[in-house]
Design a protein around this ligand. Structure first.
Ligand code: ZN
Length: 247
């Protein structure tokens, strides 16, 4: 195999996975990919930087620097004034961010994480249906209402994480909840910005899950949890899934 052949390129360290990217570059890759895949539309305004930072689990300074870099690359643009902020460029430069390739190379990792989450999610939902305290069910209902009112994907994502961690806590098994949290956070490192309309649909599943917990129906709870996680393969990681099939 000669240097510079496609196979050499595929095995290059830069493509070895998202773990090799620093925080700044993973944020750039995730936003650029969401734009490339049409999950963020041309002209769409991005949430406030602080919210993006929280949703993508990086510092605010890192998020700000990533947005500046994406503006320089022609993916985003800054607009001043009342309707200003950071927006997706009207004709975003496509596929220019090299780190997207590294992100896509992590597709196998993402599928393994979804498998692990699927198993844990079904188990936690099943147990939470038996063990959830009244106040925990109330908390989950409040989180569903917050997600219904969330004004953008970043805010939704923050409540979504809290929702799932609350279900895990409701099992009454702290060490299992801890294990679940590790998988969830690792998976969230690959989270892509997503249209709010899609997220609202997924919130219907959250509401169904809370009803199953309140009804003390473990089978129903596990079934809803299963559908919720399996949907990630088709939606949250769209594109990554495509790549995974090719690999
Ligand atoms: Zn969810």
């Amino acid at each position: 195999m000669t240097p510079g052949s496609p196979l050499t390129a595929l095995r290059a360290p830069a493509l070895a996975g998202i773990r090799r990217l620093n925080a700044l570059d993973t944020v750039r890759a995730r936003i650029a990919m969401a734009v490339d895949l049409g999950l963020l539309q041309p002209g769409e305004r991005l949430p406030p930087t602080g919210e993006i930072a929280r949703a993508l689990d990086v510092g605010e300074m890192t998020a700000r620097r990533a947005l500046v870099a994406l503006c320089e690359e022609g993916m985003l643009e800054r607009r001043r004034g009342r309707t200003g902020g950071t927006l997706v460029a009207p004709r975003p430069a496509g596929g220019r961010v090299r780190e997207i390739a590294a992100y896509q190379a992590a597709a196998g990792d993402v599928h393994r994480l979804i498998d692990q989450r699927l198993l844990l999610e079904c188990g936690t939902a099943h147990l939470a249906a038996s063990n959830a305290a009244r106040h925990q069910i109330g908390e989950l209902e409040a989180l569903v209402a917050r997600m219904d009112q969330a004004s953008d994907w970043a805010e939704f994502h923050t409540w979504d994480e809290r929702f799932h961690m609350t279900v895990a806590a409701a099992t009454g098994l702290p060490s299992a909840a801890e294990q679940y949290g590790l998988v969830l956070r690792e998976l969230y490192r690959h989270y892509l910005p997503c249209p709010l309309s899609h997220l609202r649909e997924s919130n219907c599943e959250h509401a169904e899950l809370v009803t199953a917990l309140a009804d003390r129906d473990p089978l129903k709870a596990a079934e809803v949890a299963r559908g919720h996680v399996e949907a990630l393969r088709r939606t949250m990681f769209v594109g990554l899934a495509e790549h995974g099939r090719d690999a």
